[in-house]
Design a protein around this ligand. Sequence first.
Ligand SMILES: Nc1ncnc2c1ncn2[C@@H]1O[C@H](COP(=O)(O)OP(=O)(O)OP(=O)(O)O)[C@@H](O)[C@H]1O
Ligand SMILES: [Mg+2]
Length: 407
Amino acid sequence: MAIANRTETLAPSKENAASKIARHATVLSGQLQQLRTRMYPPKSEKMLRQFLTNEVSKLTSIPDSTLKLMSSEGRGPVPSRLENNHRVYTLAQINELRELFAKQKPAEALRFLPRRRPGEHLQVMAIANFKGGSAKTTTCVHLAHYLALHGYRVLALDLDPQASLSAMFGAQPEIDVGANETIYAALRYDATERRSIREIIRKTYFDGIDLVPGNLEVMEYEHETPRVLAQRSGSGAIFFERLKLALAEVEEDYDIVILDTPPSLGFLTLSAIYAATSMIITVHPAMLDVASMSQFLLMMGDLISVLDESGAQLDQDFIRYLITRHDPNDAPQSQVVAMLRHLFGTDVLLPTAIESTAVEAAGLAKRSLYELEMGQIGRDTHKRAREAVDAVNEAIVHLINTSWGRG
Ligand SMILES: Nc1ncnc2c1ncn2[C@@H]1O[C@H](COP(=O)(O)OP(=O)(O)OP(=O)(O)O)[C@@H](O)[C@H]1O
Ligand SMILES: [Mg+2]
């Protein structure tokens, strides 16, 4: 493969560290762009697979037999046929089925179409922990996919300059996300450049999920906020209220907003915690990670009391710890899990995100387990991992439903 801009890689004889790093950044970014064009040509955008009748039945609680009957009688959305003649539905068609059944059986409408009803508030969930690699992004993606597959309307918001969540949704931070197209555009302090969050929300290939992408630009918020605070300059609300206010603009369009936060406790993470109506703290059960989480909690506690003093109201529906990358056969991990459960009781979610090569392999291909077809990864491995992830997501959905006053 030809190396892009080879001449640029030759360092000038005298070069200081800053210009060297800037030069490396340019060269690397150019190379990545070339690679990406080759691996994902613009035409081959990410697409969601289709779902077999038995999967659709599980997702919608419409019996297999009803789906088959409807299809042969030509009622409802028309599924495609695989080579082996099996019926497959797109997620858009699954959602059509939901609407159809909710209309036909109003008494059971909620079962088919679980979207929030009048009086049920937008659930804004922050996934946080400043320990890197605690599976925040993986948790966000799997939860977003699970919710959308079950008929909820989701906004996924990437607050991390690394933008791995955006990448999972096919928005390569380097290439597909331009200037003033991240959440920073809606938060920034200069009124002339600020944009409505509505303008930066994009549709994704995954029906029911919209995205506010991130990239390095979101770091500007970390740099600008202290300056604005010191100079008492900048237009609009104080830093921690800005995200909440931006989300209020699109409140009606979604059931759940998922905030993927960076592995740091800066102004973005604080804004997320303030905007959130609930929080999941992901924790890998290793001593070092737990020590780091302890620091995180201490700092967060301090910062929240500072917010409290400035009149901010933090009133979350629930905060839970989620054990991630859990290996139940690892004795030291089991000790840590037992300790967390002993200390925090039911604040630690009962189901855990089991460590699995299926999640890892799917992640490398920028996919969730829900996007893989059975057989792409060893059947048993896939099934076990899928059951574990489902159990975690089910527990979270239960908490959401409870927050809406559903029994
Ligand atoms: N259950 C799991 N089994 C195996 N690998 C996992 C699992 N969950 C996450 N991983 C892997 O662990 C790595 C870190 O996960 P992820 O990116 O979700 O963490 P993060 O907390 O978002 O990291 P960061 O702090 O950098 O944002 C990824 O390579 C991911 O594929
Ligand atoms: Mg992440």
